[in-house]
Design a protein around this ligand. Sequence first.
Ligand code: GTP
Ligand code: MG
Length: 685
Amino acid sequence: MATNGGNGARATGPRCVALVGPFQSGKTTLLEAILARTGAIQRQGTIEAGNTVGDASKEARHHRMSVELTAATTNFMGDTYTFLDCPGSVEFVHDMRAVLPAIDVAVVVCEMDEKKVPQLQLILRELEDKKIPRILFVNKIDKGNAGVHDVLKLLQPASRTKLILRQIPTFAGDIISGFVDLALERAFVYKEHAPSEVVPLEADVADLEKTARFSMLETLADHDDELMEQLLEDIQPPRDKVFDDLTRELREGLVCPVLMGTATRANGVLRLMKALRHESPGIAETAKRLGVKAGSDAVAYVLKTLNTAHGGKMSVARVVSGQAGDGTTLLSGDDEAGRVAGVFKLVGQSTEKRGPATVGETVAFAKLDKAKTGDTLSAGKQAHAALAKVEPYPPVLAIAISAKERKDDVKLGQALHKLAEEDPSITIEHNPETHEVVLWGQGEMHLRVATERLSDRFGVAIERRQPSVGYRETIRKGVVQRGRHKKQSGGHGQYGDVVLDIRPLPRGGGFSFEEKITGGVVPRNYIPAVEEGIVDALAHGPLGFPVVDLTVALIDGSYHTVDSSDMAFRLAGRLGIVEALPQCQPVLLEPIHLVEIACPTEATAKINALMSGRRGQILGFDTREGWDGWDLVRAKMPEAEIGDLIVEIRSATAGAGTFTFKFDHMAELTGRTADQIIAARRAAE
Ligand SMILES: Nc1nc2c(ncn2[C@@H]2O[C@H](COP(=O)(O)OP(=O)(O)OP(=O)(O)O)[C@@H](O)[C@H]2O)c(=O)[nH]1
Ligand SMILES: [Mg+2]
């Protein structure tokens, strides 16, 4: 059983650590370095050579970025650690968000790059809000040292909790060659792919060290009165006390320690592992944070769902209570999630069969047919309450897809189901009007990778198009029109005759039908057929779109005792509308949405210009509540212009901006744009 002896004591039991951080900061490289330094792999691979444990999928290698979660388990000084390498791209952020509830600590890999600070801020906010302890790892310190002394000044604005610098760099000329550990007060020089070597603390560094250490202690003292007194009285606090404070304040989320290194050379990796070993919380605290009921049977949280070529469905999960092995039946809420058919240790794509998983361990369970990412699985009669629920962000970009070959239609349906199972931030919509299958996702790359997966992993070649915009048309003036269907062909004839009074309705009025027949000129039983005929015709107006916002009254007509029928009146109703509408000044309607864009304040002017350039009507902007340095811009915008809006918002905000949209109203559209839309529709037909 994992225990935690309270303040300062080292947590025990298997850990689960997420590697998160802005796009391309070096998370996958850091995972590789950790696996190499802890002996899980022989040699450290590189992104450039395409031989890393993470990013092993064809899509990730091809795009040279992480496009999904990689889990890898390793051992360090007798403890088990599972690292979850999360994609940094905002388009794949759900894979990160979904694992956060069950981790002990996050290592936030970042760079000393001003442009990446807004993204860092987004990630830190998420961790802060979820009360997840976090350590910053400033990577790529081999890339010039500009600003390394100012690292806190650069990064502090991204964090609402105080950052604590744990190390300062030391130099050989212009190059960072080592560091001083401020808690140990010891100097090290980096060795490539080997542990750093202890060296004497040079006199010129000692002064810097004193100042930096003092400011570290000052920050710790914000949450420790005794330490504060010692500092005020110039008493050197005992080393153990400093470590105890570092540990407690990290675990309680009061501070965020900052380490540094170079993942490509595995510099700073052992220091990071030691901080994780000694200071990070373990499963006991994580279970408490999650509200796991004491003494529960097996409880596990599903971090990720995979459909592997050989092993079938795998549910990557962390066991937060009890133990689960082969044959354990697991519940998810009121449903049975399935029976575990194999427990696997993961090191990226390599799987190794193992015995039951015990508390704290992160493993893959095979063949849990009904388990979904984010599910709380539990053994025993009574399902454990859900530990967390992470809803994906609403999708922002769509494409319409179809199988290249008709024969693949059924296969496409199944493949889409698996795709959405693996990635809940994808949604699939069937448009009944256009018969399009619309794939909604988080951005261009996300959708591109989704279609690549459909062909690479699930074997369905895809064609993609822009999804249709929900145009409608309406009329500007009314007319009274006769519709008459008469056919005399041999024996039984057909006869239906109606007079329709057609008038526009205000926007949003939809369609209404009224009958004003007197004297039975159209017998009662035929009237529903007349309405059906009208509805038929309205599905496709003279401009090529469904017709809305009009009312039609049946005011007159005639019938034939033998030749009239439902069918004849339906055709008459339809004919009346088809002939009437072109005389009613038809006009195109386009959907307008209410759009809300969240962006860093520096980008607000750019966003305003962007919106105006896209026929948007700016309604105003406010500071974003609870978000220092952020604005919320509101605008009304045509659906057609929202299509790829997210692409432009991201490029104007270094990837940090987001938006939501909601249908607001339909608006008339005339002139060149309308003509083009109508012409395109005709051509398509
Ligand atoms: N100079 C230098 N380059 C690095 C370092 N770490 C990673 N890189 C490079 O940075 C690029 C991105 O590295 P990744 O490990 O893929 O970064 P990532 O954070 O996993 O990227 P995403 O998962 O796509 O967000 C690659 O070209 C790496 O070789 C480092 O310490 N120094
Ligand atoms: Mg990566």
